[in-house]
Design a protein around this ligand. Sequence first.
Ligand code: FES
Ligand code: FES
Length: 184
Amino acid sequence: MSVSPAASREYPERAALRFVLNGRPVDVWAAPQETLLAVLRDTLGATEVKYGCGEGVCGTCTVLLDGAPINACLTLGVHAQGRTVTTVRGLASPAGATGAAADGMHPLQRAFVAHEAAQCGFCTPGMLLTAYAFLEKHPHPTRAEIRAALGGNLCRCTGYARIVDAVEACVRARPGREDVLRDP
Ligand code: FES
Ligand code: FES
């Protein structure tokens, strides 16, 4: 995916930016002050990354930068230079190398569906990516730890219980991890 060099003439302050988005290299032009959220949504059309508060409060813009969850609304696009960015689309795609099954659905996504953990769905991409990154580092979480890990992601619809249920169920369903929850 690339943007025509004509963009560099239209916005002379813009600089070339190259990073890996969901397993594929992308080349874009970005102004120094542009947020990663703007680069992803407005330049690359990655509208699965949601714009909520724009102030680092709601977590709905969460993406993974080199595997770590960050608020794309508070991160400059230039910080992605030479790095890997994963959106919820990458979580679903085998190209994202996140452990998605052949059907393209990540187990967390399947659990969200099974537990009806999304209503309007606006918070869901950020929730999924935060949960994914948390479980990568903490494969044996308690329910309280799951709740704490998702504390920076706000949801106006679900009351959170079904979201935590889904993450819990995903942990339980992992092969050899049926007993991992220490405080059911
Ligand atoms: Fe980024 Fe709310 S839109 S934290
Ligand atoms: Fe609507 Fe979370 S499902 S904000």
